[in-house]
Write a protein that binds this ligand. Structure first.
Ligand SMILES: Cc1cc2nc3c(=O)[nH]c(=O)nc-3n(C[C@H](O)[C@H](O)[C@H](O)COP(=O)(O)OP(=O)(O)OC[C@H]3O[C@@H](n4cnc5c(N)ncnc54)[C@H](O)[C@@H]3O)c2cc1C
Length: 308
């Protein structure tokens, strides 16, 4: 603990260092990405961890897998290019021997400059690594309230879909309402694609062609936009406000902002000439593989609140 590291590794200070030095067990609530990484890092320092995960006894409305570190939506962890902010963050995590990064690299699927993973293999591998760690105890139970302060330290990593009772407990302590932006990312089955039309290509040929491209001409695009604007969406619940995260807008909201908005966003056709015509199409839906078998594909940038 006392030794200095030379790779930008900042040791915890103050109360956190006292805790680590005393080797008191750290409680972590939630075995998602954050909770798993925290458990890994703390145990690497020789400190025991008690990780609580409510699955499979209870599932949030979005979680489906029994294993830990489930990616509930996109299988992409975004850019792995260190010249971008998110890529640099990944590089920093690697310097800390991040469990998430190591496992993501082991179960990477082709996605150009993005780091995307086979979500099943990724989640199972993280679960296995944590289960095999002698300093990590995993309890499959729901924590319904925060442990009393004197029994701390405790890390709350229960995510945006924290169970109701724990949410109440957090609201009592913080006096605040908790909120998050919700949308789903549709996945298509490979055998539903017409490969006579769909073609493989990376934009401006900047990669080995990890993306499948579904081209549209003007007429097809306009029909598509018309259908999007009249599609049924999930109604807001009484407590929900109509607020959106600008970095990840549902496709139908983009469309409501202007017919051409998707065409200058996720459906941007530039640098993707259609081999049948040699020209850029009017618009493109890009697909990124969900797994190494390429049996399923994620629609890139197509978060949505449409019903299905
Ligand atoms: C519908 C939806 C779509 C999303 N789409 C994206 C996306 O495309 N890209 C993106 O980067 N992020 C997306 N997010 C955000 C995503 O949840 C986070 O990026 C990431 O999963 C957060 O990790 P986490 O560990 O904080 O939470 P989670 O991954 O949600 O993990 C929290 C864990 O805590 C458990 N838990 C909850 N309450 C309790 C309790 N009381 N006791 C014990 N265990 C509990 C849950 O079962 C879960 O396993 C989406 C979230 C939702 C809900």
């Amino acid at each position: 603990m006392g030794e200095k590291k030379s790779v930008g590794y900042h040791l915890p200070t103050g109360k956190a260092i006292d805790t680590l030095m005393s080797k008191q067990t750290v409680t972590i609530i939630g075995g998602g990405l954050a909770g798993c990484e925290a458990a890994w890092q703390i145990s690497r320092m020789g400190v025991p961890v008690h990780l609580h995960e409510m699955k499979p006894k209870r599932f949030s409305p979005a979680h489906e897998m029994e294993s830990l570190a489930e990616l509930v939506c996109s299988n992409s962890l975004r850019s792995d290019d260190p010249s971008s902010a998110v890529g640099l963050l990944k590089e920093e995590m690697r310097k800390f021997s991040s469990l998430t990064m190591t496992t993501a690299m082991e179960h990477r699927v082709p996605a150009g400059k993005a780091l995307a993973v086979d979500r099943n293999a990724f989640s199972l591998a993280i679960s296995k690594k944590l289960e095999e760690s002698p300093l990590i105890q995993i309890s499959r139970d729901e924590v319904t309230s925060l442990p009393p302060e004197e029994t701390a330290p405790c890390i709350v990593a229960s995510g945006p879909l924290t169970s109701e009772s724990l949410t109440q407990s957090l609201m009592t302590i913080t006096g605040k309402k908790l909120a998050f932006y919700d949308a789903i990312a549709p996945i298509v089955e490979a055998d539903s694609l017409d490969m006579e039309i769909v073609y493989r290509k990376s934009r401006y040929d900047s990669g080995p062609g990890d993306y499948l491209n579904c081209p549209m001409d003007r007429e097809e695009y306009q029909y598509f936009i018309e259908q999007l604007s009249t599609a049924q969406t999930v109604p807001l619940q009484g407590h929900e406000e109509q607020k959106y995260f600008e970095g990840c807008l549902p496709i139908e909201i983009m469309c409501a902002r202007g017919e051409n908005t998707p065409r200058f966003g996720p459906m941007k056709p530039v640098g993707l000439p259609d081999p049948r015509t040699g020209k850029d199409p009017y618009a493109v839906v890009q697909l990124r593989s969900e797994n190494l078998q390429c049996s399923h594909y994620n629609m890139v940038g197509f978060q949505t609140k449409m019903t299905y």
